[in-house]
Design a protein around this ligand. Structure first.
Ligand code: SF4
Length: 314
């Protein structure tokens, strides 16, 4: 392949958020405190590289508590949050557990409980079967929350309860798509109760804004992240919607489309909140083997948020 020049616009902020940093730290500190193995219910964050590196130091990943053979070992709940039934089950089994739910997801859980106490019926805007959605719906008795996945769902929704409505959202949605859904809900149900501060988290918002800023200049856009990472998949959509001719996810099994990249002058790169920066570096290093690369980082804001880990691990 000829050594052609390609400019990379590197979106910033990208990659790890405070909730992911904290969740990974919780697994590491738990192994230090309790020894190995430590069980983790569900992928701690949606990234294969992270999961594999934690397996190497003594984490065992399961989907449900009943898969854990040695119940004397501690279990960690993933950053996405869990239904109330999960810590209850762990307590009933006399298991030690550490909750790595991101504090911004826990905020939505508390919000759901408070709204429910006020006697309102809740609409959760989110993606069916995503663990965060399962966790949030599981904060309240079945039937207390209806899921709205799309503008179509919002148009069709009928309030069959006798209660006033309120909405909450998943933390990792597309900011723009969610706005559209909320507008429809507000026009159909003008009295619908809104969260005081929006539920889509700072990290999701910043990563989408950073991609938006550069997408229209990029012939191709690459988002480093796993297929089951909601915020990574949203970044691909945001890049496409905002003018990149082509956008795709680069995950653990991706083959880098070098022949297509060869035809570009400018490409964009970002990474989801669960993707470590080393994967971005690896991707760029692969490109450097084929092309002369110029990198311009375009930073829209600085992030300085950190979350404390649970006191019992100190
Ligand atoms: S993406 Fe947002 S909600 Fe999810 S772990 Fe990161 S900070 Fe928390």
């Amino acid at each position: 392949m000829e050594n052609k020049s390609i400019k990379i616009l590197l979106a910033a902020p990208r990659g790890f958020c405070a909730g992911v940093d904290r969740a990974i730290e919780i697994v590491k500190k738990s192994i230090q405190k309790y020894g190995s193995p430590v069980y983790v219910r569900h992928e701690i964050v949606h990234n294969k590289h992270v999961v594999e590196s934690l397996k190497k130091i003594g984490a065992i990943f399961v989907e449900e508590l009943d898969e854990i053979k040695d119940k004397s070992r501690p279990v960690i709940f993933s950053a996405h949050g869990v239904p109330k039934s999960v810590p209850l089950e762990a307590s009933n089994l006399n298991m030690t557990y550490v909750d790595a739910t991101c504090p911004l997801v826990s905020k939505v859980h508390r919000e759901a409980e408070n709204i429910n106490k006020q006697g309102k019926h809740i609409l959760l805007i989110g993606h069916k079967n995503h663990p965060e959605v399962i966790g949030t719906m599981g904060q309240l008795p079945s039937g207390s929350i209806d899921l709205i996945e799309s503008t179509d769902d919002a148009f069709k929704y009928e309030n069959k309860s006798t209660k006033n409505l309120a909405y909450i959202t998943q933390t990792t949605l597309s900011v723009d798509d969610t706005k559209d859904i909320i507008e429809i809900l507000k026009s159909k149900f003008p009295d619908i109760y809104e969260p005081k501060k929006e539920d889509i988290c700072y990290a999701t918002t910043n990563r989408q804004e950073a991609v938006k800023k550069i997408a229209s200049q990029c012939e191709m856009f690459f988002v480093i992240g796993s297929r089951n990472s909601s915020n990574s998949v949203r970044l691909v959509e945001v890049a496409k919607k905002n003018g990149s001719k082509h956008a795709e996810l680069i995950h653990s099994e991706s083959i880098i489309p070098l022949e297509k990249i060869k035809k570009c002058k400018i490409i964009g790169i970002s990474s989801g909140a669960s993707a470590p920066e080393v994967l971005v570096k690896d991707f760029i290093n692969e490109l450097k083997k084929q092309f002369t690369i110029e990198i311009e980082e375009v930073e829209i804001t600085k992030e300085n948020i950190t979350f404390k880990i649970p006191g019992k691990l100190n």
